[in-house]
Design a binder for this molecule. Structure first.
Ligand SMILES: Cc1cc2nc3c(=O)[nH]c(=O)nc-3n(C[C@H](O)[C@H](O)[C@H](O)COP(=O)(O)O)c2cc1C
Length: 169
């Protein structure tokens, strides 16, 4: 299987996950979406994005549309709790972002540190605003700051290797 790993990242979290995944997939080529080749010549694509306003960030979404008729593994990082409804909604949106005939074999996601300027912006939100700095939100941001960690990277690598094996079966 000719394998391509493509990722989009603003602050580096999704790149770390992409690097762990590429290391686990024999012969995989790793590319930032900004300079990635067209997916047509590959049999299997591992596609990574960061969550922006509840879905794949635009740069990743534009590339995902160009992946047609392939087997793919999706991975993403987000600021929210990975077990939250929000994370689940993001995971459900991912397979729909691909081009025609593409089948998502499996997906992996984990939390990723939130950019400090975004946290500063949220801390200025008035009480009642969904982004306001409640104690729960502060705890979530502090937890996000620890990710992706070694365990996340191991889980990502394992999930991607299993997805490739499934795609080859
Ligand atoms: C403009 C912006 C919008 C974001 N929107 C969301 C969001 O809707 N939901 C979420 O859980 N995280 C959101 N995040 C957090 C990022 O998805 C998270 O920090 C991610 O790990 C960033 O990945 P990167 O380092 O690869 O860019 C947002 C971050 C930014 C900067």
């Amino acid at each position: 299987m000719k394998t391509l790993v493509v990722y989009s990242t603003a602050t580096g979290n999704t790149r770390k996950v992409a690097e762990a995944i590429a290391a686990a997939l024999p012969g995989a080529e790793l590319h930032d979406v900004k300079t990635a080749p067209a997916p047509d010549a590959y049999d299997f694509v591992a596609m990574g994005f960061w969550v922006d306003k509840g879905g794949p960030n635009k740069e990743a979404a534009d590339y995902m549309k160009t992946i047609r008729g392939k087997k793919v593994f999706t991975f993403f990082t987000l600021g929210a709790n990975p077990d939250s409804m929000h994370a689940r909604t993001c995971a459900e949106a991912a397979p729909k972002a691909y081009g025609e005939g593409t089948e998502q074999v499996a997906a992996f996601w984990c939390q990723g540190a939130i950019a400090p300027n975004l946290i500063e912006w949220m801390r200025k939100m008035p009480a009642g605003n969904p982004h306001a700095p409640t104690p729960e939100a502060e705890a979530r941001w502090a937890e996000a700051a620890k990710h992706p960690d070694e365990t996340d990277l191991q889980h990502a690598a394992q999930a991607a290797a299993e997805a490739l094996a499934k795609a080859q079966a």
